[in-house]
Design a protein around this ligand. Structure first.
Ligand code: HEM
Length: 53
């Protein structure tokens, strides 16, 4: 079985980047989002529209 050796590192990087974005900007949801149910998962119907200031 193959596995990505960078998975843990990438997740740690993503958290660090998300933290910087949230600290530097005002982030809020753009209206109420309805889910769109797929086979097993559900996704935001309109792509999780977000207002970033
Ligand atoms: C968001 C970032 C990343 C994504 C989406 C990703 C995705 C993947 C995927 C899909 C595979 C193939 C796994 C398979 O064959 O089943 C893989 C393998 C691999 N990844 Fe990543 N990866 C990421 C970041 C990294 C980083 C940062 C490194 C190195 C520092 C890395 C090193 C590797 C290596 C060496 C393999 C080959 C493993 C093997 O030979 O079996 N990846 N990655």
């Amino acid at each position: 079985m193959r596995r990505c050796i960078g998975a843990g590192f990438s997740l740690m990087e993503a958290v660090a980047v998300l933290r910087e974005v949230l600290v530097a900007h005002d982030v809020e949801a753009h209206g109420r989002e309805q889910p769109r149910v797929r086979n097993i998962t559900s996704v935001p119907r309109h792509g999780a529209r977000t207002v970033v200031r």
